[in-house]
Design a protein around this ligand. Structure first.
Ligand code: BES
Ligand code: MN
Length: 455
């Protein structure tokens, strides 16, 4: 039996224990955006560090970043062989709206082919698929390549401190390739390599008017309602085609090439698949681009949250003093988050009425990334996928963001292979997040083949 098959046999025998260990990891409420959960985030970092030590990784430590720590570890006993950096994040998104969860978000429940829990698909499950693959090789033979680990706790808040952290540890994270299983796949039957991620620029827009909430009968009609003024401003940020109206917004957007149009048209991400995955009555967006191009290759401006006035039970006749919107833009090559911030401010300067006061608070940003698919690492992964799925992977640009990918390129000179077992209907960032267990198992097998293909 080949070394890869010995490791795969070990993995298959241990699926039950792997699921139990993942469930322990998922119990930890590592919500990075909420300070109240800081001890839990730290606990998740320590859990991951202990797990790395347990499977034979050396020099495991928590490195301070100024925010949540980075978990580092390595295994460097193959002089002359390539070094693979394994990336993951141990933080998760908030669970609200909690009432829509069918089971408790931090108690993993298996129903049929799925394991339900916050962070199951995005991405504690993906982290564990990778670590389980590493363990399976460690326990059945000799590891074919050198390993380093970079597990962060701030991915879901835009890798806030990574840009300051990485330059200080440039040499520590030197590697020939980074395996990043945070990018998901098109479907369970279609192994996928992602080569593009969008960037992000996230803001709060605050609008205020009267010094305090007013009686809407006494003052309605003479005072511009801040909720209405904010809604009017937001409504003006797109035209009727769904194109963004911030001044200069598309100036540095790389045009979609004919070649990209053709390649994207061949992907199974069709208007029908978007309708089916979302449940919307009809799709929306720039008509000169297909939905797959709109998410992969075009920028967006999205309202992520709105806050104003009375939203409790029943009614209250109030003219609110304040309104706030959380707004983020997904960015594509060659847009710069700092420039987009200026464009948003310029839009408000040009369009905000004199009746209100406005303020923009930047929260965080993340760079876009295009990765090289002609690296040994991507070839090794593509071959591994073909072995496991019996078909070649699909290549796509994704709409989500993973800040570290461009930072590893620019700061450490490391290219990433973007893969993973997350599926479009896993409800990531939503209630009832779940992970498809058969895909989880296949990914473990693929990662095992990948390490042997890398040597
Ligand atoms: N794993 C996702 C990103 C992703 C999902 C990439 C599917 C490709 C396919 C990641 O955890 C994520 O959600 N990132 C955030 C980053 C943001 C806060 C800067 C995102 O995209 O919203
Ligand atoms: Mn996420």
């Amino acid at each position: 039996m080949s070394d890869a098959n010995k490791a795969i046999e070990y993995a298959h025998k241990n699926h039950g224990r792997f699921t139990k260990e993942l469930s322990e990891f998922l119990k930890i409420e590592s919500i990075s955006t909420d300070d109240a959960y800081k001890p839990e985030v730290e606990k998740a970092a320590n859990w991951a560090a202990d797990h790395l030590r347990g499977i034979g990784i050396e020099n495991v430590k928590l490195l301070p970043t100024g925010g949540h720590p980075v978990v580092y570890g390595d295994w460097l006993k193959k002089p002359g062989a390539p070094t693979v950096l394994i990336y993951g994040h141990y933080d998760v998104q908030p669970v609200d709206p909690i009432e829509l969860w069918e089971s408790s978000p931090f108690e993993a429940v298996v129903k049929g082919d799925y394991l339900f829990a916050r962070g199951s698909s995005d991405m504690k499950g993906q982290v564990m698929a990778t670590l389980n693959a590493v363990e399976s090789i460690m326990r059945t033979g000799d590891f074919p390549v050198n390993l380093k680990f970079l597990l962060e706790g701030e991915e879901e808040i835009g890798s806030l401190n990574m840009g300051g952290f990485l330059p200080k540890h440039k040499d520590l994270f030197k590697a020939d390739f980074c395996l990043n299983p945070d990018a998901g796949a098109i479907s369970a039957d279609e192994p996928t390599i992602t080569f593009g991620l969008r960037g992000l620029a996230y803001f709060e827009v605050h609008v205020s008017g009267p010094a305090r909430d007013l009686h809407s009968g006494l003052f309605g009609g003479t005072v511009h309602n801040p909720a209405q003024a904010l809604a009017e401003l937001i409504a003006g940020m797109h035209d009727s085609n769904g194109t963004i109206t911030l001044p200069g917004f598309y100036d540095s957007v790389r045009p979609v090439t004919d070649q990209e149009r053709e390649a994207t048209a061949k992907l199974p991400t069709t208007p029908e698949s978007y309708l089916e995955q979302t449940g919307v009555p009809a799709l929306w967006g720039e008509k000169e681009y297909t939905p797959a191009l709109r998410t992969g290759s075009r920028p967006t401006l999205e309202v992520n949250g709105l806050l104003s006035g009375w939203t409790g039970p029943g009614s209250k006749t109030v003219l609110p003093a304040r309104a706030m919107a959380k707004i983020s833009c997904r960015l594509v090559p060659d847009q710069d988050p700092a420039v987009v911030q200026k464009q948003l401010i310029q839009y408000l300067e040009e369009h905000a009425p004199k009746t209100i006061i406005w303020e923009v608070k930047p929260l965080h940003d993340s760079p876009w990334a295009i990765t090289d698919i002609n690296t040994n690492g991507v070839r090794a992964m593509a071959a591994a996928m073909e072995t496991v799925w019996g078909r070649k992977p699909l290549y796509r640009r994704e709409g989500g963001s993973i800040g570290v990918v461009a930072m590893l390129q620019n700061i450490c000179g490391v290219e990433s292979g973007l893969v993973g077992g997350g599926l479009p209907d896993d409800n990531i960032h939503s209630p009832n997040e779940r992970m498809h267990l058969p895909t989880w198992h296949k990914n473990m097998d693929a990662f095992i083949h990948f390490f042997f293909n890398m040597k």
